[in-house]
Structures are given as C-alpha cells and as structure tokens.
Design a protein around this ligand. Sequence first.
Ligand SMILES: *Cc1c(COP(=O)(O)O)cnc(C)c1O
Length: 453
Amino acid sequence: MSPLSDLPSVERLLQTEDVGELVRKHGRPLTVDAIRLTLDEYRSELKAEPDRKVPETPAILKRTESHLSEWERPSLEPVINATGVILHTNLGRAPLSKATVAAMERAALGYSNLEFDLGTGKRGSRLVHVQSLLQKLLNVEAAVVVNNNASAVLLALSALAPRKRVVIARSQLVEIGGGFRVPDVMRLSGAKLVEVGTTNKVRLADYQQALAEGESAAMWVHRSNFKIIGFTEEPALHDLALTAHGLACNLIDDLGSGALLDTTKYGLAHEPTVQESLEAGSDIVCFSGDKLLGGPQAGIIAGKELLIQKITRHPLARAVRADKITLAGLAATLLHYLRDEAEQQIPIWQMISMPLENVRRRAEAWARELGTGSVQESQSTVGGGSLPGETMRTYVLALEAGNADRFLKRLRQQSLPIVARTENERVLLDPRTVLPDQEAALLQGIEAAMPRA
Ligand SMILES: *Cc1c(COP(=O)(O)O)cnc(C)c1O
C-alpha cells in the first residue's frame, strides 16, 4: 500500500486536541490552509522518496504551526538602524517622538473631533487642528496638510497653475529619490513648464523675461540630494520673490526637507528653513513632515490665505488629504518646536545634536560589553534628501568577523534585524542612529550573528 494513504486527513487532524489549540490561536480558515499545505508538502516528499517514514501527527502539526507563524509574521517590521544615516529613506525616515506616538495612538483608538466643531455641534474642518500650530510657528497666514510632499507639490501646482506658465531654473529640474521628477510633476499638474537659465547658471533677468511673457508663476525647488559646485550662479530667493511680485506672479517654493531649525548650529552646512523661505517672500512653500521636521509622513503647504483656499478647494485636495492619525502626530511634533524642546524630544534632532563625546562613549561601551571590536572615527550623514554631501563626525564600533558581507547578512537575519555598513571588510556600527532602547537588542543581535571561533 502506498505510504501516502497513511497520512491523516485534514478532517481527522482537525479533531485532535492540539489542532484545537492552533484554531483558537490562528483561526480556523488559516489553520486549515496551513494543514493542507503541510499535507501537500509531505505527499510530494513521500512520492519523491517512497522509503521515507510517514510523519506522525506531532511532526505534521509542528510544520503546520511554523507555516502559520511564517504567514502571520508582519512583513513590515522594526529594524535597528546602525548605518549612521539619520533620515534613511529605505528604513522609514524619521523615528517619532514618544509624545507623537501617544497622540497618534489616541487618535487611532477612538473617535475624535476630526471634522466636528465641539462648540457649535456642527461639521468642522480637519484643517484647523494643525493650522493654528503652523500659523504660530511659521508666522504664516494659512496651511494645509496632505499625504506627503510629492502630493503637496502636485496639488499646489494643479490648483494654482493649471495651463499657466511655470518658470523654473534648469538647475532645479531635479529628480528626488523614488522617481519624483520635478518636470514630470509639473506636466502632470497641467502647468506649462518654462525652463530658464542653464544647468549651472540662472540670473534674475532670465526669470524676469520669462515671467513677463504671459500669465505665469515662479517655481523654486531645493536641489535636496545633489550640489552644483564651481562656476554657478542663482539669484537670492528674496530677489526672485520681488521680481515675481513685481509682475503679479506668485512664487512657489518646494523646500523638500522642511527644516525648522538652523543646521549650522550642529556643524553642518546651511539647510534652507521654512521660516527663511516665507520671510524671503515665497507665497507658497511645500515641505515634508518626515524629513528634517522629524514627524510622521506628510506634506505641508503653507503660505498666503487666498492661495491656500484655492488649494483646499481643488478636487485633488480631497484625494491627497492627511488622515486623522497623521494630523494628530504632526500636531504633537510641531508642539515640540513651539515649546523649544525639539532637540530634546524629536529623535532625529537628538541624533543630529548628539555630542561627539557621547557617541564615542556609547561605541566604547559596546566594545567593552561585547569584548571585541575597536572604536574608530567615521562619518554619519543626515540623508533623506537634505544636506547633500554633508557629513558629521562620529565614532563607530568596527567589527572584524570573517567575510563582512556574510556578517552583515547574519545581522539582518536577527529577530530585530540590524542594518549596518561595511568598510574595508569591517562592519561598522554607528551609535548615532541606534535608538537608546534598542541597545540591548543590538548587542544581543551582534553576539548571535558573530561567527563562532
Ligand atoms: C523629498 C522631496 C520631495 C518629496 O517629498 P516626499 O515627502 O518624499 O513626498 C519633493 N521635493 C523635494 C525638493 C524633496 O526634497
């Protein structure tokens, strides 16, 4: 008789006590699927090797359970960022402050006054919750929050410049990571792209001439992830604003990173801030919530009230609006700035402002704890489409552990995966981007990933 017929049926297995346990834990449909898959696997294995013993029920259930946990393991899981890249786009950009997460949880768990005016008992606007904070913080007339900065730019252009000429410098027609190409977004919005200047140089007169040719708007884009050096020229934003306003044109600034604090304070190059852009005369500024702002993924459009009204009335505004969880989180993050506690409370600013001495002490403590590795000077970067080419001094733990790529891979396979980088066959771990409450897991993971001597 074929050994296949000795395999228990799904029905029979479902009657056993242990399967009852699996059903309670994982639900019946998923458990049945897992049993089926397991039995199918055994059937093909027994066909391929007819001399093999038919598995006992406990072995079948063990394999069933491992399928179940594999299926249920979240695909999106936390990792430890030991790369030293603070706004690592592949690793989810900005980690959030405790207060931000608490606010998001409060908004998520229950009902809220999202679009309900508690004073009048009538319908309210979801825009008000974050707008008043942005008005205070930026001294701006109005603001609206959307899904991300890519949609902020698309929406702003769609609402303000359909069929209008939008004048932009060739040196600012950039592609941001993930295929966001400024010229494509401009075309998609219905704006007529008018390029001025050359790759390296653009003058006020170039803008002036193009803006005067017909109903136009001026667009300024932060180059974000690259630098032009050498023989270059660009007018000051303030002068472009004056020129645009002189011709009754609006100036739209896509700032990208959305810094609210001055990065030069931390030994970095100057990243244009939202406040500076508004002071320079931008009518509309667009920036990200999860870059240098350090909050949840969002796009913020701030500027003149009349223009923001136009933007919020555009049909696309409904399509890209921010959800209640984002709005709650963003409000909590903005509050840190208003309270002048961003450096203490917002994780990316804690990382940027972390004294070099502290970084070194942490790396040394890791080396001591592990009993191996050496501490060496290296560079952290801010990342996330800000401060291109800029690095910050740091200290890293350097580990030599056979083949560096294989060691990196084992680090990624830990239950809390560790992402690091290599240099000269050594694995480097930068304390700057490792969250303090992940340190114990980091050391455990490194120990588990070390090749046995
Ligand atoms: C990052 C960036 C964007 C896209 O922002 P997201 O929030 O990632 O959608 C757009 N423009 C500039 C200049 C950027 O730096």
